[in-house]
Write a protein that binds this ligand. Sequence first.
Ligand code: HPA
Length: 247
Amino acid sequence: MLGLIGGSGLTQFPELKVMHEKTLTTPYGDPSAAIVIAELAGQELAFLARHGSPHVIAPHQVNYRANIWALKELGVKEIVAINAVGGICVAQDTAVISVPDQIIDYTYGREMTFCDHPEIDLLHIDFSQPYDENLRQHLIEAAETVQLPILKQAVHGVTQGPRLETAAEIQRMARDGCDIVGMTGMPEAALARELDLPFACIAIVVNKAAGLSDHPITLEDIHKVLDDGIIDIKKLLKAFCLLKSGL
Ligand code: HPA
């Protein structure tokens, strides 16, 4: 079964053929929402709304550990996560979709490991390549089958939020090599690696990052981009599921 973590703009997914919902708890607390077991293009999946349903949980308050643990417990074998992001450098244009290959983590104070639980051995996961390359390539292939232009690589900078960045912070992130900036990519990816779950991300640029546009960043503008962008994301997910299910 495929795990799908929906971010802003993908709290609900009416195109799914819902089979049932699972309300779970974990040794780390409750996941963000009930997990929807469903089918998309012949592929069984477990859909979890990262920010809850309705969207109420802030990026720094998401229980990432419970979310990843619950998906693993349900029998998920790999996870695709959707992230709305700001665009920096080449990825500046709104609605650009990328499948990032790298992460720089600027978050702090989040519960970012399972290894502080007495039942779990201390792990030092290899995180040189934070995303699963096989899964990334399948997503890229799926985008090609529906002629959806995407960036095949991007460095995903993850900030603490919930505020947006300053212009100087974005300049620093650009110098660091970040192409996109979001608030929810970590510790999600590292936790999935700790549980040995292949993990990849589809990121959609919903605004130019701070200081890169003449206009302030508004939620209203972000939602406008998301309304259209989410159609492409769903197209990509459907193509990916078709590839996976071999239909
Ligand atoms: N910065 C951080 N996170 C975001 C942004 C941004 O500009 N846009 C959407 N998520």
